[in-house]
Design a protein around this ligand. Structure first.
Ligand code: MG
Length: 243
């Protein structure tokens, strides 16, 4: 498992093993993970998100299964690491969590087929597509609602593509320890290779770019003071407090 970390002014990628982080920046220095700030595990040029993409979520909303993925972007400036604080904006009265699986690209690529999709993935991480629901409804389009600083928690770490099977793993949200979302990646309408083929057919994907695959049923509200955790089996737990 790999992560990005900060120690005083120094930012580096490291490999995590039994609570120890080994820097990948040449010197191979080691740190106790407790002494490091955990940063989002990649530096994307763009975060491409998918709207309605779980069969059980479509059923919950009484909506038809979409014929093609519904895409939108979140800006990289919204990224937040594990342990960082989600800032509740003054302009919203309704902020929701959305647990999602994120794919991190490992190669610059364009027009990748379904069959070759695995070759361009660096790995996977947990993502929380935090959304100001009232502003999403009011604006009609989603940029403001999805783009506040801290509205893209990602992490805690990157699990390499070969160590995670993106077709069967539970995905859960807990708020203050209580389970709010509980589904499985197997319920995805458009699976990871399909999304890579579809999105890379539109735009060039760069190393570190994120494809965020949509949320299962049980989306709901966050309040200041809440601790929200997104857990994906085989990846880990992304935890963030709302302030
Ligand atoms: Mg979402």
């Amino acid at each position: 498992m790999f992560g990005r970390f900060k120690y005083s002014d120094e930012v580096f990628y490291g490999e995590i093993s039994n609570g120890i982080v080994i820097s990948r920046e040449g010197d191979g220095k080691t740190y106790d993970i407790e002494e490091l700030e955990v940063l989002p595990p990649c530096v994307p040029t763009k975060i491409i998100c998918v709207g309605l993409n779980y069969h059980d979520h479509a059923a919950e909303l009484g909506l038809a299964v979409p014929e093609e993925p519904i895409l939108f972007l979140k800006p990289p400036s919204a990224l937040l690491g594990h342990g960082g604080k989600i800032i509740y904006p003054k302009s919203s009265q309704r902020v929701d969590y959305e647990a999602e699986l994120a794919v991190i690209m490992g190669k610059k690529c364009k027009s990748i087929s379904y069959e070759r999709a695995h070759d361009v993935i660096a790995g996977f991480t947990c993502f929380n597509d935090v959304t100001a629901r009232d502003l999403q409804r009011k604006d009609g389009q989603w940029t403001r609602a999805k783009s506040f600083d801290s509205f893209a928690p990602a992490g805690p770490f990157l699990v390499p593509a070969d160590e995670f099977k993106a077709d069967n793993a539970y995905i859960r949200t807990r708020v203050n320890g209580e389970i709010r979302q509980d589904s499985n990646i197997s319920n995805l309408i458009f699976d990871v290779p399909y999304l890579i083929e579809f999105i890379s057919g539109i735009m060039t994907l760069e190393v570190g770019d994120m494809i965020v695959t949509g949320t299962p049923p049980g989306v709901g509200e966050l309040k200041p003071g809440d601790l929200v955790e997104v857990e994906i089996e085989g990846i880990g737990i992304l935890g963030n407090e709302v302030v």
